[in-house]
Design a protein around this ligand. Structure first.
Ligand code: ZN
Ligand code: ZN
Length: 306
């Protein structure tokens, strides 16, 4: 079967790989038919992330406390591409119940057990059983999961991992539901649901789609105002169409007293700005990956409450 493979910046190839087989009675095999591009994929396609990371490592700037990032080939191609898709079930292990072949499903990009204490608290991305780096697309520690832009792929622990799509939903709308869509939701929902009147700032830049999804979700909640800051004219226009007030970085007109800031950049300067712009009790949600040593306290997606 064919699998889309990332080689290096600007280069993808279709590679012939062997078809997955059910290995455990809790496995399923699915066929993806809609795929979306994560903000991270776009980063790999347009920038030499591995080269930059290697230079940062040589200069001692990167955070070595994240064990997976001490591996020499981390972030280096070739690896399977794609970790956001809508798929249909092709084969089911004997222990799986309540599913049928042909059923349309979403599969989270990180593998999780659903039962460990961390999963039970809702943080399935940090599952203690599989680990935070067991993920599709091959940049994780295992490099065994394959990518979601392939003819077929295997889903372990499928009773928990397969998320059936309710009847009547538009499959294309769910293209990013494996990752960026719920990521954006988790940045805004806990702070805005049943808490009307909040002032929100979303900063775009590195996480381009997550930031715009965050604006979309925030606009549907009873906020007092939603501001959006980005360097891209195109993204500012999209946010404006959704009803957000838009600003370019450095604008003197920002409110500077926000209840929630969703920070989609990864520089230390942006973190300093966010801290300055929050009102007491405000929350900064970071939707990016921080690899710099000086930002170690923010190594992975986290929340900063001021
Ligand atoms: Zn992603
Ligand atoms: Zn778990």
């Amino acid at each position: 079967m064919k699998q889309l493979t990332f080689i290096k910046k600007g280069k993808l190839e279709w590679h012939e790989v062997s078809e997955p087989k059910i290995e455990n009675p809790t496995d399923a095999i699915v066929r993806p038919f809609i795929a979306a591009r994560c903000d991270l994929d776009a980063g790999f396609l347009h920038h030499d992330i591995y080269g930059k990371y290697r230079i940062g490592k040589l200069l001692g700037l990167t955070d070595e406390k994240v064990p997976e990032f001490t591996r020499p080939d981390v972030l280096k191609g070739p690896f399977p591409m794609g970790h956001e898709c809508v798929a249909e079930i092709v084969e089911l292990g004997k222990e799986l119940t309540g599913f049928r072949k042909g059923q349309k499903v979403v599969i989270p990009f990180q593998v999780s057990c659903g039962t460990c204490p961390v999963c039970s608290s809702g943080l399935t991305s940090q599952c203690e059983t599989y680990g935070a780096f067991d993920m599709y697309s091959g940049i994780g520690k295992h490099k065994i999961r394959g990518g979601m832009i392939s003819d077929l792929f295997l889903v372990p622990n499928a009773q928990h991992m397969l998320i059936p799509i309710p009847e009547g939903m538009n499959w294309i709308d769910l293209g990013s539901a494996s990752d960026n869509l719920p990521d954006a939701w988790s940045r805004v929902a806990p702070e805005l649901i049943n808490k009307p009147g909040k002032k929100v700032l979303v900063i775009g830049g590195a996480t381009k789609s997550v930031s715009l999804y965050a604006v979309a979700f925030a606009m549907k909640m009873k906020t007092e105002q939603v501001d959006f800051m980005d360097t891209s004219k195109e993204r500012l226009l999209i946010a404006q169409k959704m009803g957000a007030n838009t600003f370019r970085p450095g604008s003197k007109d920002l409110d500077n007293r926000y209840d929630l800031i969703v920070n989609g950049t990864n520089t230390s300067n942006s973190i300093r700005n966010c801290i300055a712009w929050l009102r007491p009790g405000g929350v900064c949600q970071c939707s990016n990956i921080f690899l710099l040593k000086e930002l170690r306290f923010l190594s992975f997606k986290c929340m900063l409450r001021i």
